[in-house]
Design a protein around this ligand. Structure first.
Ligand SMILES: C[S@@+](CC[C@H](N)C(=O)[O-])C[C@H]1O[C@@H](n2cnc3c(N)ncnc32)[C@H](O)[C@@H]1O
Length: 209
């Protein structure tokens, strides 16, 4: 008997289409993508189905999330093309990535991770990505951000407060500070795309070897 451990994260249903549209402008066929903090796995299976010519590698440090991802892969009958999730905590650098993935990777995607993790996870995300990626490869992050240290909407302000009540190390990050960490790790900020519901997709490109 196969256990159904699928989790359902409501935001994924709302944002997967528009994030997919951003990815469609960037990604190349026949190369892999590493997703950091994949959560339920709903994004992973959706993108694997939308971009069948690539390999989508999910990861998460949380066992329940990895079980959910496995169930989603099973449910969508993607076992033959999509790898099982890896256990990856961004703070454990250098990341342990299978050689096959290291040699086929084209970029990294992380959705709604950095505001529900401590600030050091943002620093580690860029550090780990900088160690793994080569010049020209991309890192895309999606989520809510402050600009000039100011919230862009009342709803983001309220969300930020709610995050901090859950965990005082969490919170919506300031775009300039995030991009400063990216720069330290060898990335340039290529594009900032305004997304629905007061979110952004930020595309970083590795500019040094
Ligand atoms: C709000 S959920 C978002 C999940 C999914 N990306 C989505 O958009 O539905 C945040 C995810 O980040 C993961 N996460 C938290 N801390 C992390 C860390 N240190 N390294 C990697 N992932 C982390 C959590 O386990 C969780 O799956």
């Amino acid at each position: 008997m196969i256990l159904d451990n699928r989790l359902f994260f409501s935001a994924t249903q709302r944002n997967k289409g528009c994030i997919g549209d951003v990815l469609s402008r960037i990604i190349k066929k026949n190369r892999s993508i590493l997703e950091i903090g994949s959560g339920s796995g709903e994004h992973g299976v959706f993108f694997q189905k939308r971009f069948p010519e690539i390999i989508w590698q999910t990861t998460d440090p949380d066992l329940l999330h990895r079980k959910s991802i496995t169930s989603w892969i099973e449910y969508e009958k993607l076992n033959k093309i999509m790898p099982q999730p890896l256990e990856l905590d961004v703070e454990n650098t250098p990341w342990k990535i299978p050689l096959k993935l290291t040699s086929s990777i084209q970029g990294i995607v992380s959705i709604n991770m950095i505001h529900v993790a401590k600030w050091n996870c943002t620093i580690s995300l860029f550090k780990g990505a900088g160690e793994l990626l080569k010049k020209g490869q991309f890192l895309i992050i999606y989520g809510p951000f402050k600009i000039g240290n100011k919230h862009i909407s009342q709803s983001n302000y309220l969300f930020d407060n709610a995050l901090k009540i859950q965990n005082d190390c969490w919170g919506i990050r300031n775009i300039e500070e995030v991009s400063n960490e990216a720069k330290k790790a060898g990335f340039s900020q290529e594009d900032i795309i305004r997304m629905p519901a007061n979110n952004f997709s930020i595309i970083y490109r590795k500019v040094v070897f």
